[in-house]
Design a protein around this ligand. Structure first.
Ligand SMILES: Nc1ncnc2c1ncn2[C@@H]1O[C@H](COP(=O)(O)OP(=O)(O)OP(=O)(O)O)[C@@H](O)[C@H]1O
Length: 232
């Protein structure tokens, strides 16, 4: 898919997003903008709609109403296959519990997105080893998720999210299952890499210390979002 941006505005913008899960209105007109290279923290109480908003912005879920614009393209207008391609090539995702494939080693988990994009196994594994090293997971290439600490699993998940060179990483409570030291190490690695590569990050967190790594923080409440200004 071409990278031909035709906007001078934000890289990713959700406007007037509405999404119900059954009778629960998770989003009730939420709007948020993410600029290229920006690290944005999305905070708010449990159940306020953070994950639903992230799923709409990343094209995993189609909103009931409202628009999502990525690099000048309206996600709701893309056919499913173009949307999948965009998710695979331009977006990376990290969840609270890594969600690595249990049967695969760290190296194969990280290599997988490249192989899905058509790289051969040797090339993909060599890129995977480089990314694992970058995230301080050198020597862990052959570990399977069941043999990893929480921090090792999350570093592997970060490497997997970034290996394809995405322009946006969506991270949903990436430090939520880690102790504070491992959480700090993960955030330092994520922020450092995002700065180096110019990748934008949308970061859901409950933790003010984690939100403080962001350039800006916005807060959701009852499915609606209000700007909070610059994070500490
Ligand atoms: N698949 C689903 N089916 C039914 N209800 C859902 C579903 N996903 C979310 N909800 C409901 O929608 C609301 C918003 O959920 P969401 O997970 O987006 O909030 P959140 O702010 O991310 O919460 P948390 O911080 O607890 O993860 C909640 O009331 C939740 O129970």
């Amino acid at each position: 898919m071409s990278n031909g941006d035709n906007t001078a505005g934000p890289l990713l913008a959700g406007r007037g997003l509405v999404k119900a899960h059954g009778r629960t209105e998770a989003l009730r007109g939420a709007g948020v903008e993410l600029n290229a290279g920006e690290i944005l923290a999305l905070t708010g109480p449990s159940g306020s709609g953070k994950s639903t908003l992230m799923h709409c912005l990343s094209g995993i879920v189609r909103p009931d109403a409202g628009t999502v614009t990525y690099a000048g393209r309206r996600l709701e207008e893309l056919p499913e296959e173009r949307l999948s391609e965009l998710r695979r090539t331009e977006f990376g995702v990290v969840f609270q519990f890594g969600q690595l494939i249990p049967e695969l080693t760290a190296a194969d988990n990280v290599a997988l997105p490249l192989m899905l994009a058509g790289a051969d196994r040797a090339t993909a594994r060599s890129a995977a080893a480089e990314w694992l090293e970058r995230f301080g997971a050198r020597g862990q290439e052959d570990l399977r998720p069941g043999e990893m600490s929480g921090g090792q699993a999350q570093r592997t998940a970060l490497a997997r999210a970034l290996v394809t060179g995405p322009r946006v990483v969506f991270a949903d409570e990436p430090t939520g299952a880690l102790d504070s030291l491992a959480g700090e190490q993960l955030m330092t690695a994520l922020v450092h890499t995002a700065r180096e590569t110019g990748t934008a990050v949308l970061l859901i967190t409950h933790d003010a210390q984690v939100a403080a790594y962001a350039d800006r923080e916005v807060r959701l409440r009852d499915g609606v979002l209000a700007p909070q200004g610059v994070a500490a």
